[in-house]
Design a protein around this ligand. Sequence first.
Ligand SMILES: Cc1cc2nc3c(=O)[nH]c(=O)nc-3n(C[C@H](O)[C@H](O)[C@H](O)COP(=O)(O)O)c2cc1C
Length: 368
Amino acid sequence: MTVAVAPNPLFGPNSFKLGIFSENADGGLALTTVPERWRAEWDDIVHISRLADRAGIEFILPIARWKGFGGETDARGRSFETLTHGAALAALTERIAIFSTVHAPLVHPVFAAKALATIDHVSHGRAGLNIVCGWNQPEFEMFGTAQADDRYAQGYEWYQVLVRILAGEAFDFSGKYFNLKGVIGAPSSVQQPRPVTMSAAFSPPGRDFAAKTSDFLFTTFAEIDSGAAHIADIRERGRKVGRDLGVFTTTHVVCRPTQGEAEAYYQRYAVDLADHVAVDRHMALKKEFAHSHDPHVFDQYRQRFAGGVGTYPLVGTPRHIVDEMTKMQAIGFAGTTLSFVNFRDELPYFIDQVLPLMVEAGLRQPVP
Ligand SMILES: Cc1cc2nc3c(=O)[nH]c(=O)nc-3n(C[C@H](O)[C@H](O)[C@H](O)COP(=O)(O)O)c2cc1C
């Protein structure tokens, strides 16, 4: 039987695309003790995924975490595995793209290819893959595996194995990290030659890896204007290998009727009631943020870390948030991820108030 495939929503018409990030993990993207924080209960995840699906939001991007960050809440200690999460949501949604975030050094590519092909069939071509090469040492220790000296070279071999399976090839593979005989896998993916791919590396080797493997690169930035340099860098790396990459960013959102209310809530959850031990631990693990900024920027990053692990804050009225997104789109971002303290409480307001203003601003088309 041939499966009817619509183009993956990542290639759809909106000039500024949106995705829900880290709804599969407790705390979402925040490191906070506020009582209403996200608990990642399955029924809530299904509820908000369907809301996003009906609202025309382009994708769901789960986080791949194997261990929490300690502190009062052990943020991310509870999270759903992303391939099985993807298969389930594929069956429960109709239009939205569903990424799986896979650690290349921890999940064998023969297994990952079959799991991803499964999701692509269940969803009729809406699967996506976020390729992660890993940074969180305690997670590697838990698997009894060391991080490779060149994790992006390892990741590239992993990717080559995966895509050849998804394209329906039968082959042997001989590399530095993988030596595989008689590799084969059916069914092939519905999207050909493979499902849509993204990665989110920041380092030069990581970005070169993305240039070779990913349709989209997701990047953070300190201020919107500095995002332009990241986009130019990523595009140039893509051009060198003959590929045209789309660039997304990633944000945490507090949207309220007034600017004062939004800022007061941001102060409450990301400063006053931040999970300070978890913030310290996360920042220490990502050393560059802990040691490379002057105290003013450090303080700002601290709030951003508690708010959404260093992503950009979209805090304010619907109008303010759309103005910020308009600036992002103007310098070349193709879209952003969104995370909320409590997705179930806050996503409906965002859908009702922000999406129509995005249509007015020419960033999105009305949902049919
Ligand atoms: C949007 C986004 C999603 C990410 N998802 C994960 C994830 O789920 N699991 C993980 O271990 N790392 C994740 N990362 C981390 C990146 O894969 C990457 O390791 C990090 O940005 C550092 O870049 P580098 O590896 O080039 O040093 C994510 C980063 C971003 C910006």
